[in-house]
Design a protein around this ligand. Sequence first.
Ligand code: ZDP
Length: 287
Amino acid sequence: MAIEFTKYHGLGNDFILIDNRQQTEPYLTPDQAVLWCDRHFGIGADGVIFVLPGQSGADYTMRIFNSDGSEPEMCGNGIRCLAQFIATLEGRPDASLSYRIHTLAGVITPKLEANGNVTVDMGLPRLLASEIPTTLTTPNEKVINQPLEVAGQTWDVTCVSMGNPHCITFVEDVAAIALETIGSQFEHHAVFPHRTNTEFIQVIRPDYLKMRVWERGAGITLACGTGACASLVAAVLTGKSARRATIELPGGCLAIEWSEIDQHLYMTGPADRVFTGNLTKSFEYPR
Ligand code: ZDP
């Protein structure tokens, strides 16, 4: 059986989208997702995203497998791609629609803008150590600017959950960070029982932050929407930025706002369709 897929990216954070509206179980196993994400033996992507039937009153359900087969709770760039994909599946690609999407991080609401951007109500940030989760402090405390030893260096880290875990560090120069070597040491650090996404942030101005990211389960990526939201929260909590800022990622810019009214994070950015294709369900790693 062949499965149709569509490739999307949000600022170079790229995903294979699958129309899974006919059944509640994803068409692929995590192992198959790993093969499909492989950039040499597969299609190439940072993750696979499934559009499943809605539940608990939501219009649709999103599930995502990282390129290593693990399943994150949420995906900011991915949900922008998913909103555009759904509008296309429904035959209404140009309408200003908003959807209620069930995720493992609760109901998230993306809204398509007339200019092609998608604004997502990303919900509330979670700050308690037990909610990240991290053992860096006691369960009911926040982790703001706390020292963490990684690779023989002490980093001041702030932890924020946007449904998925993020560890944020402010640095003088993001370009000077050896992400490829230290990223996975943060990800697998013993203080993060569910591993962690890691963001390095350089404050250019209070309303303009530069970010590089090491994603849990995917490594270096060109952008991370939940990471950009978590980083803005960390910057506000440490007095480094305003509640509304542009976050520049290697793949482009996201506009992030931490609303004073409802305390939700709002993320605005693009989502681009790249191509559609078919792959056989039995697709296996060449031996
Ligand atoms: O939490 C995780 O394991 C992430 N790798 C999930 C993906 C996050 C993403 N990059 C985003 O934009 O939020 C898709």
